[in-house]
Design a protein around this ligand. Structure first.
Ligand code: B12
Ligand code: SF4
Length: 446
């Protein structure tokens, strides 16, 4: 049996509007496809190939596969459907999975022979065994308890081109998050729970990686004291970076322990500088009063900060852009990621905006954090997109980059390189006024 796994990428949407040449390098190697490859039951003796469209082209002969598994987050769904159509036209069995098919299974089913909802750990091997026997069903779902069920797999990383990623040593150590921010897809995907992978499997996974820093891809792996107590010693010995909530990042003893175990950078969801906005989003555990002090403390401990901010909350007006950009500069954040508020299907925000009639488009390719897909409360759609664009421009102007990198002095060379990477990303992909897609335009593949 020949199985081809594809990570669909919106930028390959070949509809005359959005085609972009393959990126030379991507930031992080996802573990989605390599995990799915590792879960293929050995008794099927399958030949498995993997294509991450962020860095690779789908070759003409992809059609030699018997079954193609396509992974799609929301913005990549139209491209996934396009690939599915190409494969089905050649009588290849198509399976869709990932965040978007999990929450829009009926839509996905229109483009696939089977849909896998949620985790693949139990459902995917079962699907493949059924396919081999000619009895594949249209829908599969693993129970939450089966996340990391055996845990015995190690992603087959050799199937990806290592050199195509700035950080190829990516690790999944946990799933889910105990918090419930209303805009976040993690709680619905993970049924509001958090689970750690078995420590001996994480250790084996780390030992299988070549030297170099490790990036944890987990949404919020270290927040509970018990997960930190288990994970920090397991990670010790390698340099690593991970996401952390403001709750953890503001805790000096937590930070000291993380630093001692090898932590050199944290991705922190600041989201907003306004306490009411955070409370309305279910994120009041972010205490805006300690933001500045926390940044200073992290700098002092030698931990780089990638701050994530969202524009377009109902409490945001046009002043939000300038306030956040200024905060990022004043506090010498090593990197900032700005996104337009995006109500992903499956989230509480999606339900609320739908009830309020504020969803402007279901062209999923625009659900990429760079477009306004809903009607904001206190600014216009154009103001949101323009403000976002200006914020990226301001923060990734050369002067700002040099001031922030010099002011932080945490990992200066790595920070400089990462900032230049973000600058490139901003120049290539932010929707400048003339390249914006108008909303309401129907998308062929949704
Ligand atoms: C690495 C990563 C990236 C990387 C690589 C993306 C890629 N090609 O996969 C980069 C940095 C490029 C990236 C970018 C973005 N990302 Co991203 N990313 C992640 C991250 C941190 C890890 C993904 C991963 O490897 N997970 C581990 C694997 C094992 O889990 P998994 O992907 O869920 O797969 C499991 C199941 O879902 C299922 N499954 C998945 N696919 C398939 C397919 C088949 C056939 C089957 C059977 C099963 C199956 O089986 C797997 C094993 O159980 C996730 C958060 C997370 N922890 O998952 C966000 C996440 C996927 N990203 C997200 C977003 C929003 C983005 C951006 C839009 C961000 C932005 N504002 O710019 C961009 C869009 C990029 C683009 N396509 O244009 C959201 C997706 C929300 C949604 N509904 O779409 C997430 C969930 C983060 C979040 N909390 O919001 N991202
Ligand atoms: S935004 Fe972060 S803290 Fe909030 S639910 Fe999502 S992963 Fe958890």
């Amino acid at each position: 049996m020949r199985i081809l796994l594809i990570g669909a990428n919106a930028r390959k949407m070949n509809d005359g509007r959005r085609w972009q040449e393959t990126q030379v390098r991507a930031a992080y190697a996802p573990t989605t496809l390599t995990t799915l490859a590792a879960l293929v039951p050995p008794e099927l003796d399958a030949e498995v190939a993997v294509i991450d469209e962020a860095v690779d082209r789908v070759p003409e002969d992809f059609l030699r596969a018997d079954l193609v598994g396509i992974s799609a987050m929301t913005c990549d769904a139209p491209r996934a459907y396009q690939l599915a159509q190409m494969a089905q036209a050649r009588k290849i069995t198509v399976v869709l999975g990932g965040y978007h098919p999990t929450f829009m299974p009926e839509e996905a089913a229109r483009h696939a022979d089977a849909v896998v909802r949620g985790f693949a750990e139990a459902a995917w091997p079962q699907l493949l065994r059924d396919f081999a026997r000619g009895v594949m069903k249209p829908l599969y779902e693993s129970a939450w308890e089966q996340a990391f069920a055996s845990g015995a797999w190690i992603p087959r990383r050799h199937l990806l081109r290592r050199k195509a990623y700035s950080t190829a040593n990516t690790l999944e150590a946990s799933r889910g998050c105990a918090n419930q921010c209303s805009f976040c897809i993690v709680p619905p995907m993970h049924r509001k729970r958090f689970v750690l992978r078995q420590m001996e499997r994480i250790r084996a996974d780390i030992d299988s990686m070549p030297a170099g820093p490790i990036a944890l891809l987990d949404p919020n792996p270290l927040e509970s004291s018990s997960s930190a107590a288990e994970l920090l010693p397991t990670l010790a010995g390698r340099k690593w970076l991970a996401a952390a909530s403001m709750k953890s990042a503001a805790n000096r003893s937590w930070i000291k322990a993380a630093r001692a175990s090898g932590c050199r950078g944290l991705v922190i969801g600041f989201e907003s500088l306004d306490a009411n906005t955070l409370a309305a989003a279910g994120k009041s555990f972010n205490d805006v009063r300690v933001y500045e002090e926390t940044c200073r403390m992290l700098r002092g401990e030698g931990i780089a900060i990638l701050g994530s901010f969202v524009f377009g909350f109902d409490g945001d007006n046009k002043g939000a852009f300038e306030r956040i950009v200024e905060f990022v500069h004043r506090n010498h954040l090593n990197l900032a990621l700005y996104s337009a508020y995006t109500p992903f299907p499956g989230t509480d925000a999606w339900t609320r905006f739908n009830k309020q009639g504020r969803i402007l488009t279901e062209d999923w390719s625009l659900y990429d954090g760079r477009h306004a897909v809903f009607a904001p409360a206190n600014m216009t759609v154009d103001e949101l997109e323009q403000g976002l664009y200006d914020a990226w421009n301001e923060t990734y102007g050369l002067r700002s980059i040099l001031t922030r990198v010099a002011g932080s002095m945490t990992l200066p060379l790595v920070s400089l390189a990462a900032n230049l990477g973000f600058r490139y990303y901003r120049r290539t992909f932010m929707p400048a006024e003339e390249t914006r897609t108008s909303r309401g335009e129907p998308c062929e593949f949704s």
